[in-house]
Design a protein around this ligand. Structure first.
Ligand code: ZN
Length: 134
């Protein structure tokens, strides 16, 4: 795995949180994008070399809405950049980790993504992401 690609934060109201994080970080989001397959609306902020992703559920059925219902707003996942996501999924499964996604899928911000189940990683939801070649 390479660097931490971004940290995902679950929020109830993306518009309000965009304002909050814009004043916190001193810069507006560089991208806003809905990911229909995950039922989320996202926004991305750059902080030097790092990124923060804010996520709001698009419906009560969204995993983000369910997360907030259970745990409240806050850090939702840590995303690691990988070079070959399919290889990394195979490697992690061999190591005994449980994948939520056994195959990579299209995520936000021009990435292929796959999530690990938090039960196999100390309660931390982990996302793998690989930049899609343009
Ligand atoms: Zn993410």
């Amino acid at each position: 795995m390479n660097k931490i690609e971004h940290i995902g934060i679950a929020v109830k109201n993306l518009e309000a949180s965009n304002k909050l994080f814009t004043s916190l970080l001193g810069a507006a989001p560089y991208k806003m994008e809905a990911v229909e397959s995950e039922g989320v609306q996202t926004s991305f902020f750059k902080v030097g070399p790092n990124k923060i992703e804010l996520l709001e559920g698009l419906s009560t059925e969204s995993p983000i809405s369910k997360f907030i219902e259970k745990k409240g707003e806050g850090i939702h996942h840590i995303a690691f950049e990988v070079e070959n996501i399919e290889e990394e999924i195979l490697r992690l499964k061999k190591e005994g980790f449980t994948m939520i996604h056994e195959k990579a899928k299209k995520g936000a911000d021009n990435k292929l993504i796959a999530f690990l189940h938090p039960k196999s990683s100390n309660g931390v939801l982990i996302e793998l992401c690989q930049e899609i070649e343009k």
